[in-house]
Design a protein. Structure first.
Length: 400
């Protein structure tokens, strides 16, 4: 037998970066001195790699709600929701989220990852799942746990999805199988939205349910912040929606929303729900406060979208290849992993912290620098981000 530890050896680009101290991952934030800023290695940098799109993680109202809940409830419920872990805060949050999303029911869990894992209880060994090639790892894990027959369609290629659905319809056993289409509302590596109009038509034509992970689009997309489905005017086309709280809500936890009978089923059959500890009460209270702000202050999403559009347009004008626009994520194509490390480090040296997306988060040869803009970024900070990209781009010969 081979030694399984041999698989733990780092890849060449990582080892090169580690020896030179330029690996972008697991950098330690020492302090957050002001909105849009962090201190790393004793230096103050602009944080442009965050998913806190609406700048709620440090909002005084959200923090105060969490503190009050700690004073009343402590730090943990001491149990799973199914046993001793349900509180009035959980019930209130579920009711408020269901109303906000326009869904009959919702349930909350301790993380967005767990919320997606509950989807394993919707399908079984003989069922079919048609999933976009770029869905999040938590969705892939849910489908692997379910043992359903996974069919991946090329990213946002509806013709490929249609061909897979048609082939399944022709299968003799198709009548006895359930089926789902699984997508993200906004894909985190690039910030691009799913082709929900195409998915909706395909689902209707073949009689298949649609599940959408709204980790990155809930809170920022749509007239009321309900996500990509609202943005497209196709909320009824999505049957089940998952909403992690660690992005626009600025907290932690996650929810699954959908038909009442589906949520009741997941409460009693989803292992990720039944066998995991409840969301801490402080997180539930903080998320309730964040939901109030999302509802009452639409100018936050307007601000972040305007900032992202401006920065994306400016970077395109400089000569960078921007993958998508119109969302809080600005993704700059680099190519291979090592050049991505080097470019990230140049930006870091210029005082801007970004996210380096490398395989397996993205396909080989498609490494990128991802900017996560927030409602707290000022015009001056946006100018500093652009200046850093201009300098790093010339140093790396990526732009003229």
């Amino acid at each position: 037998m081979i030694d399984v530890f041999t698989r733990c050896r780092p890849h060449e680009a990582f080892e090169y970066g580690r020896r030179r101290g330029i690996v972008p991952h697991y950098r330690v934030v020492q302090e957050r001195p002001a909105a849009g800023e962090v201190v790393i290695d004793g230096r103050t940098l602009i944080m442009a790699g965050s998913g806190d799109y609406l700048a709620l993680a440090a909002d005084p109202r959200v923090k105060e709600a969490a503190c009050r809940a700690i004073g009343t409830w402590g730090l943990s419920t001491g149990g799973a929701r199914a046993s001793s872990g349900s509180t009035v805060l959980h019930e209130e949050l579920e009711a408020r989220l269901a109303a906000f999303l326009g869904r009959p029911a919702a349930m909350v869990l301790a993380s967005g990852y767990l919320a997606n894992l509950t989807l394993a209880a919707l399908v079984g060994r003989d069922d079919l799942v048609f999933a976009d090639a770029l869905i999040h790892a938590s969705l892939v894990d849910a489908l692997l746990v379910s043992q359903a027959r996974l069919r991946r369609y090329r990213h946002n290629e509806i013709e490929h999805l249609e061909s897979l659905l048609a082939r399944a319809d022709q299968d003799r056993g198709a009548q006895d199988r359930g089926a789902l289409i699984v997508t993200e509302g906004m894909f985190s590596p690039t910030g691009g939205l799913c082709d929900l109009p195409g998915i909706a038509k395909a689902a209707s034509r073949h009689g298949v349910r649609v599940v959408m992970d709204s980790a990155h689009d809930a809170g920022v997309m749509g007239a009321h912040g309900r996500g990509a489905a609202e943005h497209y005017g196709l909320e009824s086309a999505v049957d089940v929606q998952t909403v992690p709280f660690s992005k626009s809500f600025g907290t932690i936890g996650g929810a699954v929303a959908g038909p009442e009978e589906v949520i009741v089923h997941l409460r009693h059959h989803a292992r990720a729900m039944v066998f995991s500890a409840a969301l801490p009460p402080a997180s539930a209270a903080a998320t309730l406060a964040a939901l109030d702000i999302i509802t009452d202050e639409p100018e936050r999403r307007q601000r972040v979208l305007a900032t992202a559009t401006e920065i994306g347009d400016e970077l395109t004008g400089m000569g960078f290849r921007i993958l998508h626009s119109g969302t809080p994520i600005v993704a700059v194509h680099i190519g291979d992993t090592l050049p991505c490390y080097l470019f990230w480090n140049e930006l870091f040296n210029q005082g801007v912290f970004t996210t380096a997306m490398i395989p397996p988060s993205v396909p080989e040869g498609q490494a990128l620098i991802r900017l996560g803009l927030t409602a707290a970024h000022t015009d001056a900070q946006a100018e500093r981000i652009l200046s850093a990209f201009a300098t790093a781009g010339r140093v790396m010969h990526l732009i003229p």
